[in-house]
Write a protein that binds this ligand. Structure first.
Ligand code: CTP
Length: 416
């Protein structure tokens, strides 16, 4: 396999030398493309000696070989390690100001980026927005590891171990090379959900009033999509039943589009029959207009108001749990709860009551409000469990929350 190893300008650049070794020792053909800043940490000679090739950083070097076009075009895999905050920003912004960013723009192969930076830089909304954008475009941005950073500080921001980057990169490259048709919904093997079938619902339903109007909600679908991605990365076959989403579903997931709560119910009932686990992350409308007009409703001077009568939608989550219990299967069902808390109870009290009422195995409770959670990349949730395990509080990016949910899901499946 032809591998381009991009190296960003961070102290962790020395670990990329070990990563290069892992690729060459496994028989891959590696071209190292450090940035100018990377060469301040590890010099050209190291990259040239380890890869056995000349090393260039700029577009205007070795112009005769049209390097900036050729490298990206011919690569089977691009791995960027360490990906600094600046490099992530340049990649997200589509910049082409050095050989590495040119190569990234030309690439049609899997791209894996392994970030490394100080925790504050990693958590900064600008970096998180860049990471989200890159992930939406199909770039595999790994999460940084936690631990000791350059100075005395510690937290998320360490470059993952070269062995882990190597393994992740190979699995992404392998996934791409398999037959796409057979592969829809399948991810790398060997994770905690390997061989499991997981159905995730995500996004907000839309309840039609007439052909142009609907009742909707503020759900962006980001958290549900992140759960689908995390389940895929954990090795599951994932079906995403997608109501309205503001983000693209991850590559490799089988996507079933729906609009209304009734459509979502139908697809969920059908697609979950043989699933090992269900995650209901969709914001399903509790009500729908009693009547849907086939023609656009016109405003009329003789009737200034337009009352809309609403009827209850079925509770899909509760129905799936009942179905599971009736069939006596070992399916694990995860619900989400959006709560605001009020004078009648706090967010957790409402969450516990909902877990009880709906009968699901895990309930992911988040506190919402007009300016909280919806559409943001960060989330803060408490995972409640039917088996009485202590509530687990998780705060971080929606991907981090999703991975925590998937860990609990895998544990619940194992315990069956
Ligand atoms: N849900 C569902 N069908 C519905 C409404 C909700 O399957 N008609 C699912 C959601 O996907 C989520 C969970 O139920 O997993 C909780 O949804 P939420 O709207 O927070 O709770 P409600 O059941 O609507 O309860 P309440 O109105 O009391 O908050």
């Amino acid at each position: 396999m032809r591998v381009v190893l991009g190296v960003g300008g961070g102290i962790a650049a020395y670990k990329a030398a070990l990563l290069l070794r892992l690729f060459t020792e496994a028989g891959h053909d590696v071209t190292a493309v450090p940035t100018e800043a990377a060469l301040r940490f590890v010099g050209k000679a190291t990259w040239e000696a380890l890869s056995g090739k000349a090393v260039r950083t700029e577009v205007f070097e070795a112009v005769e070989s049209v390097n900036h076009v050729r490298l990206g075009h011919e690569a089977d895999l691009i791995v960027v390690a360490p990906a600094t905050a600046d490099l992530l920003a340049r990649a997200a912004g589509g910049h082409a100001d050095d050989l590495l960013t040119n190569t990234l723009l030309m690439a049609r192969c899997p791209v894996v980026m392994a970030p490394a930076m100080h925790t504050e830089m990693w958590r900064h909304p600008a970096t998180q927005a860049n990471v989200s954008l890159l992930r939406e475009r199909g770039v595999h941005v790994l999460d940084p590891a936690e631990g000791r950073l350059t100075g005395k500080d510690s937290g998320p921001g360490r470059l993952p171990d070269p062995e882990d980057i190597f393994a992740a990169a190979l699995s992404f490259a392998g996934g791409q090379n398999r037959d796409a048709e057979h592969d829809a919904g399948t991810a790398p093997e060997g994770g905690p959900l390997a061989g499991r079938r997981v159905v995730v619902s995500a996004g907000g339903t839309r309840e039609a009033i007439d052909p142009v109007r609907f009742l909707g909600n503020r759900s962006s679908g980001k958290q549900g999509v992140a759960v689908a991605r995390a389940a895929l990365e954990a090795g599951a076959h994932v079906t995403l039943v997608a109501a309205h989403l503001e983000v693209s579903p991850p590559e490799g997931v089988e996507v079933v589009k729906v609009e209304s709560a009734l459509e979502l119910r139908e697809e969920m009932l059908e697609r979950t029959a043989s699933a090992d686990a269900i995650v209901m992350a969709a914001a399903v409308a509790d009500f729908r207009p009693a009547r849907r007009s086939d023609a656009k409703i016109k405003k009329r001077d003789d009737a200034p108001d337009l009352p809309i009568e609403l009827v209850r939608n079925p509770d899909v989550l509760a129905e799936l749990v009942r179905g599971r219990d009736a069939a006596g299967t070992q399916q694990v069902v995860v619900g989400f709860a959006a709560e605001t808390g009020d004078e009648g109870g706090d967010v957790l009290a409402y969450g516990r009551a909902k877990l009880e009422r709906k009968g699901c195995d895990l309930l992911v409770v988040n506190e919402v409000g007009t300016d909280r959670v919806f559409g943001l990349d960060e989330n803060s949730v408490t995972i409640l469990s039917k088996d009485g395990a202590a509530p687990e509080h998780v705060a971080g990016s929606k991907d981090e929350v999703a991975r925590a949910v998937v860990v609990r899901l895998a544990r619940a499946l194992e315990a069956r």
